[in-house]
Design a binder for this molecule. Sequence first.
Ligand code: ATP
Ligand code: K
Ligand code: MG
Length: 708
Amino acid sequence: MSVVGVDFGTANTVIAVARNRGVDVITNEVSNRATPSLVGFGPKSRYLGEPAKTQEISNLKNTVGSLKRLAGRSLSDPDVQIEQQYVSAPLVDINGQVGAEVTYLGKKEKYNATQLVSMFLSKVKATASAELKLPVSEMVMSVPAWFTDIQRRALMDAAEIAGLKLLRLMNDTTAAALGYGITKTDLPTAEEKPRRVAFIDIGHSNYSCSIVEFRKGELAVKATAYDRHFGGRDFDKALVDHLAVEFKEKYKIDIFSNPKAVVRVAAAAEKLKKILSANQQAPINIESLMNDVDVATMMKREELEALVEPLLKRVHIPLEQALAEAKLTKDDIDIIELVGGCTRVPALKERIQKFFGKGLSFTLNQDEAIARGCAFSCAILSPVFRVRDFAIHDIVNYPIEFTWEKSPDIPDEDTSLTVFNRGGVMPSTKILTFYRKDVFNLEAKYAQPELLPGKTNPWIGRFSVKNVKADSKDDFMICKLKARLNLHGILNVESGYFVEDVEVEEPIPEEKEAEKKEGDKKDPDVCPNLVVPLQPSSEDEDEHAAKRLRLNDNLLTPDKAMETDDKPKTRKIKKQVRKGDLPIVSGTASLEDSAKAAAAEAESAMNMEDKLVADTEDKKNELETYIYEMRNKIDDQYAEFANEDEKTKLKAKLEASEDWLYEEGEDTTKAVYIAKMDEIRAVAGPIVQRYFDKLESERAAQKAIEEA
Ligand code: ATP
Ligand code: K
Ligand code: MG
């Protein structure tokens, strides 16, 4: 079992694993600690991660980025239109979901965003497996806090298609907060004032701020605010737009008429931006950008800052929102931790520092903090790992309401209820109570569509409650439904059951701890049927559990009481007793199992194909190397072990094989390369054997001397 955390970024993906009693970020096949979040398609195989980046410029039409921002979105969404500016392959509609059209294996193909993400995740899986030398099947992955139910479901599906189980989809800034808190030994106790930290993540495409309270062994997110369109790529774009104008004047070229030129300028702009984070000015040079024109110019940091001023003007907004929602002021914040590549920009640091009026902290590794937090979360959730207990209370960002058809038997019933409120704790379970005589349906949707990204459909799911009927006295069935906003931030109605009111005699509880804790808080749901408005209601499952617990405590009291031989005072109360299950049929934005299975099969076929192509390439390289090696050795260390005739024969064979490699052997199968290698070996074999025999006899002679 492996413990893996993945920061799936718009630009870069970072993988962390738990090992050697700690968490390490691992390197990929070219020894980079971050992998480009890109997939590309070629005539023979796919290019996933690094090779997609290497091929990008020559394969623009078949390279797809912005993967996570496409998942769960539709082509018509204005947000997706923005993404098209950053994705070089054409985006298309595939049954309501956005996807890309590419040429793969010589054919036009369309893949939806979920599939594209699953392709990339299968690469992540392979990278982690190769490093750990273990099959990897589980991980925790990060997402922006603003991701909605449908986006989260798309990522869960994508992971499953890639053969990965996500133990948790964790909000980016929450992951950073976990990585921060779990290593601290000096957090305040439960009675003390919590430590309040603002985590600010500015990446390639988005910016989030979470206000988090830490106490020993736990963190609670108090608020998260974000700007969904604010990140390094906006800086790059401002630079590209500026340079395009400059190059037009200076060199009379229009880079926007040439997609390759745009991508090359964008890459140079990103480099320039990074240099300007540490230097006051920097040059930019691109050879033969287009029409054989070389371009060169200089840029000052203050010029870049002027270009992105519209962006800089927005820096304070998420910070203000987060504080307001946490009901805190700047002065309440003890520490401001910055993560994400873009927080290296001096102008951003200045604005954030000025806003809070205090110094900033960079105690976390800016590029790796989120992946590390995810790996810690994975370790906590993994049954085979022991980690310091750390409770994570995240927060509901979008309120969720349930709606249902009015019961024909209850004319003045409400038909909607907001069950998960903004700012409430996530994950959480609510028990919904319905009084019904027949099967019924309910729907869940986001209660405030204006909070959602782009034009997201607020609909979350439809849930049909089966086996509901009136009892023998034509009374309502009391239906209880478990609605859960789970660890991933995904909503489900997980189960249903029905209860009956039974009258039981129970001892009158003495004023006990449990009562004191609840204080004066009267819970309207204790016996909803006594009030008989028959309104559907919801309650926290935790409270429910607490009540059950109390019930059990009470059941134990008579025993104790008997020992004292003192008959306890009792009272008759109505209790709800669970009588049976109610099956729920759910319809959500998740893929059907059959569709997932088909996609998984397709993914594994493509994976096999990629492997075969890679193996074939390896065999070809091996053959090529072998030919060169033999050619050198036959006139060198093997020279004395072959007669002239043998030498001539082998050299002829090598030459013929080399010619073959550049002609019909240029592009053939793995088996043919292996056969070719065997052919040469058949000729070279006896010579090589004599060489080794000689070495062996020398070694034996040497040993005999030593032993004598
Ligand atoms: P997101 O979180 O938005 O999905 P991401 O996680 O892929 O994206 P990061 O890896 O945190 O993003 O940051 C990448 C961005 O940071 C890029 O735009 C990159 O150019 C920028 N960046 C990295 N180093 C520097 C630097 N020294 N100066 C300025 N910007 C930088
Ligand atoms: K990242
Ligand atoms: Mg990021």
